[in-house]
Ligand binder design. Structure first.
Ligand code: COS
Length: 386
């Protein structure tokens, strides 16, 4: 749903200019230093990027899902580390509060997440619980007006920078699966919360992940999201339904950037006396990439519109995430191929995107988990979507 086409166009134009003039020129430096310069973070704050999806009453822009994915198509035209930094505040770092938080929790945290003063982080994954998220072992035991948390979370995006963590923990040890899980808001400076050193990753330098460890960490009972035990897994899944559409949109944007770069290279680079774009084997790679990007863009927009209409988009979000991220991987591979030897060299940047986008097929649910979600929906309902 687009609330006002003119306002959205203005926002998209502003973001496109920010990407072109500020972020693209900084890509190599961010990759080299593994750090987004403070002045760029300050500009992100000024542009309101941290609060894109946070309701207007809490200081955000309150973008609909369709508006949000259109922003991410633009943001995808540069290194995904930039979107990751503020996008966590708009997505998995805030949405548990937006979707299921109490009015007090919303009032306390959303304004600071929207302004970017506070960085949010989503702590679900553990050393022994990745795809099988419901098997998580972090415990939260009620003691008076607190819950005492113990356990380790792994690969937690933005943990080194975060001021507030959404933490899924088991409040009912008698229940082994999803039912015994609750979600908590844990502030960074709570005694007993430790953040490990940043992980060394394949790509997406500038975006950081780390372990988050809880050792007898006492969290006020009022920080139980929604005020009810046993709802945390469902909250996490609802957050991921939205997050998966956002990742799919980013994958479309990055694929567009890679194809644009590959097209430019193919038109400029001459071999056998003419631009390589004139060779049909190169044209196949360009054409397949364009067609797949178009298909993924349509899928993402459809899933976003359905969510805006209040539909359950579990199946569509999984389809969009699977198709767009796998497509992005294929486009990355072809873009490197079109660049030939230059595609393997750091100087051209395309090898960096190739490594960066590999994560899309893994985080917020692997391709195999999306397939499982899609198939389950089909089998349970007995009908297909189309
Ligand atoms: N929205 C609301 N509720 C949901 C839901 C959703 N999207 N998905 C599941 N639920 C509910 C189910 O309805 C069920 O509740 P009831 O028992 O009341 O019916 C409960 O949650 C448990 O669901 P389910 O039985 O499907 O859980 P499983 O353990 O089988 O796991 C998968 C489901 C595999 C889909 C889930 O664990 C998953 O998404 N894993 C990947 C985790 C992930 O993406 N990690 C990335 C790291 S976070 S960046």
């Amino acid at each position: 749903m687009i609330r006002d086409e003119e306002t959205l166009t203005l926002l998209l134009d502003t973001i496109a200019r920010f990407v072109r003039e500020r972020l693209v020129p900084a890509e190599a430096e961010v990759a080299r230093t593994d750090r987004i310069p403070e002045e760029i973070v300050a500009e992100m704050r000024r542009l309101g990027l941290f609060g894109l999806t946070i309701p207007e009453e809490y200081g955000g822009m309150g973008l609909t899902m369709e508006e949000e994915v259109r922003v991410y198509f633009e943001m995808g035209h540069t290194s995904p580390a930039f979107r990751s930094y503020f996008g966590t505040n708009c997505g998995i770092g805030s949405q548990a509060i937006v979707i299921d938080g109490t009015p007090e929790q919303k009032a306390r945290y959303l304004p600071r997440l929207a302004s970017g003063e506070l960085i949010g982080s989503f702590a679900l994954t553990e050393p022994g619980a990745g795809s099988d998220a419901a098997s998580l072992r972090t415990t939260a035991v009620r003691e008076g007006d607190c819950y005492v948390l113990n356990g380790t979370k792994r690969f937690i995006t933005n943990a080194p920078e975060a001021g507030i963590f959404t933490v899924m923990a088991r409040t009912d040890p008698a229940k082994k699966g999803a039912d015994g899980i609750s979600a908590f808001l844990v502030e960074r400076d709570t005694p007993g919360l430790w953040v490990g050193p940043p992980d060394v990753k394949m790509g997406q330098r500038g975006a950081h992940t780390a372990d988050v460890v809880f050792e007898n960490c006492r969290v006020p009972a009022e920080n139980l999201i929604g005020g009810r035990e046993g709802q945390g897994f469902k909250t996490a899944m609802k957050v991921l339904d939205k997050g998966r559409i956002a990742i799919a949109a980013t994958a479309v944007g990055v694929a567009e950037r890679m194809l644009q770069d590959a097209l430019r290279y193919a038109c400029e680079r001459e071999q056998f006396g003419k631009p390589i774009a004139e060779f049909q084997l190169v044209q196949t790679m360009l054409a397949d990439s364009q067609a797949e990007i178009y298909a993924a863009r349509c899928t993402v927009l459809d899933a976003a519109r359905l969510r805006d209409a209040g539909e359950n988009v579990n199946l569509q979000a999984a389809c969009a995430k699977m198709f767009a991220t796998e497509m992005c991987g294929r486009v990355a591979d072809r873009a490197v191929q079109i660049h030939g030897g230059a595609g393997y060299m750091a100087e051209y940047g395309i090898e960096r995107f190739y490594r960066d986008v590999r994560l899309f097929r893994i985080y917020e649910g692997t391709t195999q988990i999306q397939q499982l979600v899609i198939a389950r929906n089909l089998i349970r309902s007995g009908k297909i979507y189309g």
